[in-house]
Design a protein around this ligand. Structure first.
Ligand code: NAI
Length: 341
């Protein structure tokens, strides 16, 4: 792998714990990464900056890639989400979240293998809200043809490159006829005009959720607008053992930020028990992204080596508590390092 500067944002809550563990594994695997540490979230605020400091955004723009820990967002009050700001300001329009069954982690279903593609810049999740009059508030759901077409094309292109067979759009266009209606129309059009060989179907999201939890096997890729993608990601995490095992990437045309699906988990922060696997899997996605973008076969080799090591670790029964094991964050990282080969 060619040497490379990568921005790292440790984040809040369990963020610094899992980030340190992942950096340690990448270093032991021989990834020649020069980490450029920047802050965001409550940690940045405590240091006297904004929650989303301009210098952090500038650094990501400059280096192109970041690995990010979770950032806390206050519920029902306070500042607006760091993640929403980051994704919108860097135009990281595609969230990619692979959800797969893991060796040694027994759940109700075997062989779950889904990829969630979430539109990352529009919809109710943008949090564009205001008070109309005391006691009456409103939230704006915006959908644009440009963003809906862009995410649909991105999803179909991903399906083609990764030999995926089918895309299912989950929507509520029976009720939100204009916004979700536009989302499905754009997806239909891209399917028909550009990717007719990929199977395509649509489900109303409520019934779709029920079908996924009854039997995920018929599903391959899910394409959703922003808020639905947020909710369904956690639902799918529940199919394979929980949030400790679902990675993610936020990808735009020029930059990419890799982060786990989970949040800052304040209930377990500072206890040394958080599972670093989801962020480690996100780092593997990052290495594969580097391999694809920069024809860097060395990055792919290290990604595969780490993936084999954590699969073997789980298969050997070395797991953190959220997955039914007993290891803490550092002990799990040590177990992966021992198996790097
Ligand atoms: P959460 O994902 O932080 O936690 C939900 C549950 O899963 C908790 O019981 C937690 O202990 C457990 N969990 C999460 N990650 C884990 C890990 N790696 N290992 C073991 N257990 C894990 O979701 P919650 O509680 O809804 O949100 C907490 C904060 O995180 C909020 O401020 C929220 O806004 C923020 N958040 C940030 C995200 C990001 O920065 N990308 C994503 C989701 C939430």
């Amino acid at each position: 792998m060619k040497p490379r500067d990568i921005v790292v944002i440790p984040g809040d809550g369990i963020g610094p714990e899992v980030t340190t563990a992942v950096q340690r594994i990448l270093e032991k695997a021989g990834a020649p990464i020069e980490w450029q540490t920047y802050q965001a979230g409550l940690t940045a605020l405590a240091e006297g900056s904004e929650v989303m400091p301009q210098e952090t955004l500038d650094a990501i723009q400059h280096h192109g890639i970041a690995l990010k820990g979770p950032c806390t967002t206050p519920v029902g009050k306070g500042f607006s989400s760091v993640n929403v700001q980051l994704r919108k300001r860097l135009n990281l329009y595609a969230a990619v979240r692979p959800v797969r069954s893991l060796p040694g982690v027994k759940t109700r279903f075997e062989n779950v293998d889904l990829v969630i593609i979430r539109e990352n810049t529009e919809g109710l999740y943008s949090g564009v809200e205001n008070e109309v009059t005391p006691g009456v508030v409103m939230s704006m759901k915006v959908a644009s043809e440009t963003a809906c077409t862009r995410i649909a094309r991105w999803a179909f292109r991903y399906a083609t490159h990764r030999q995926r067979k089918k895309i299912t759009v989950l929507h509520k266009a029976n009720i939100m006829k204009l916004t979700d209606g536009l989302f499905i129309r754009c997806a239909q059009q891209i399917h028909k005009q550009e990717y007719p060989n990929i199977e395509y179907n649509e489900l109303i999201i409520d019934a779709g959720c029920m079908r996924i939890v009854q039997d995920p096997a018929p599903f391959d890729m899910l394409l959703l607008e922003n808020l639905y993608g947020d909710v369904v990601s956690d639902l799918c995490a529940g199919l394979i053992g929980g949030l400790g095992a679902v990675p993610g990437a936020n990808i735009g045309d020029e930059h990419a930020v890799f982060e786990a699906v989970h949040g800052s988990a304040p209930d377990i922060a500072g206890k040394g028990v958080a599972n670093p696997l989801a962020l480690l899997m996100s780092a593997v996605m990052m290495l594969n992204y580097i391999a694809d973008q920069h024809s860097d076969a060395g990055a792919r080799k290290i990604a595969t080596q780490i993936r084999n090591a954590y699969d073997q670790t789980l298969e050997d029964g070395c797991k953190t508590r959220d997955l039914g094991g007993e290891l803490g964050t550092d002990a799990f990282a040590d177990a992966v390092i021992e198996r790097l080969g």
